[in-house]
Ligand binder design. Structure first.
Ligand SMILES: [Ca+2]
Ligand SMILES: [Ca+2]
Length: 339
């Protein structure tokens, strides 16, 4: 099926023993992957649009149809924020060494269920399979996202080796917090070779499932659509939106790892960072309140160079601290971040 594979194995073996082979190999198609966010810095509560393109270097305007694994890590030691595996184009004729066959929200005995009550456990039944003739080590990653696009849980419920042709299923519980957002939510499951942050990638496209979070059974909110619209130097062929809450979002530098590997060829990776900050928090206590109003007030009117000038008080970035910045600050009152 994949005649290139043995050849590649031989080449890899040669490559491992001799650095001199590298120039000869570079004549093959080089896979490139870009990853960007629309901005470098976001206020708490803003949507972060992550996007990029997968292409061969010799044909940059022609998207390669495959999957991109996207891992977003929170700042400092807060760990995994989200793991998604996105198609760059139609995957109709693709086959996968390992794939997720199904992802089903359910109760503790595995019966399908569409709504979880706050303060209880939500269960997810995942079925995955090794389609290959050799065994594969698989990490299952599960990401849960509220209807407003804010991820609230992302982790690896299980991992292990699957024998050739073996399928496996697991029932995983996730606590649905009492302060979870009511309404629709989504679950995404991916099967990984390894984490993109450690050079890994997904075997196959993610499976997704919808469910609802409710304070009482029988009611669920309406669905929220996520706006995506952007362009880069290259036409993006994958994108994902990560939303944040106005209150309680981790502030600092988030890292995005993107990874893709075309079967039988090679791997392309890239990484980017974005910052989440509390706009309007002048005194640095991560909360926008009356104290910040006082500080902006003291800086009015000022421009760069004047003694009262504080750049962080110029909220609209027009080079002057004035009434417009007050108007902006009003909208941010009550926002806070967590470090
Ligand atoms: Ca403050
Ligand atoms: Ca201003």
């Amino acid at each position: 099926m994949r005649p290139i594979f043995p050849l590649l194995t031989v080449l890899t073996a040669i490559l491992l023993t001799s650095q001199l082979i590298i120039p000869a190999l570079s004549s093959g198609p080089i896979l490139r992957l870009t990853v960007h966010t629309t901005k470098q810095s976001y206020n708490v509560g803003e949507d972060i649009e992550i996007y990029g393109a997968l292409y061969y270097e010799w044909q940059p305007s022609y998207p390669v149809s495959d999957i991109v694994t996207l891992q977003v890590n929170y700042p400092s030691t807060h760990g995994l924020c989200m793991l998604r595996t996105l198609p760059t184009a139609s995957l109709e004729f693709k086959t996968w060494d390992v794939e997720i066959l199904s992802l089903t929200p359910c109760d503790g005995s595995g019966d399908p269920r569409s709504t979880f009550l706050k303060g209880t456990l939500g269960y997810f039944s995942i079925l995955w399979k090794n389609n290959d003739a050799i065994s594969h080590y698989v990490i299952i990653a599960l990401t849960l996202v509220y209807g407003n696009g804010v991820p609230f849980m992302s982790y690896a419920p299980t991992s292990g080796a699957l024998a050739p042709g073996e399928d496996r299923s697991g029932l995983f519980s996730v606590p649905i917090s009492t302060d979870a957002l009511d309404g629709p939510a989504k679950a995404y499951a991916s099967a990984l070779v390894g984490w993109p942050s450690a050079g890994g990638y997904a075997y196959s496209p993610e499976k997704s499932a919808s469910f609802a979070i409710s304070s009482s059974l029988g009611m669920a909110g309406s669905s929220v659509s996520l706006g995506v619209g952007l362009l880069s130097e290259l036409e993006p062929n994958y994108n994902s939106t990560l939303s944040t809450l106005r209150q309680g979002t981790y502030v600092g530098n988030y890292t995005v790892y993107a990874s893709s590997r075309i079967l039988g060829t090679q791997q392309a990776t890239n990484t980017t960072q974005f910052e989440v900050m509390v706009l309007g928090d002048i005194n640095g206590d991560l909360l926008v309140d009356g104290q910040d109003f006082q500080l902006v007030k003291k800086a009015v009117p000022s421009t760069p160079g004047s003694p009262k000038w504080r750049p962080e008080c110029d909220l609209n970035g027009d080079g002057i601290v004035d009434g417009q910045d007050f108007a902006k600050l009003k909208k941010f009152v009550g926002n806070y971040g967590v470090r």
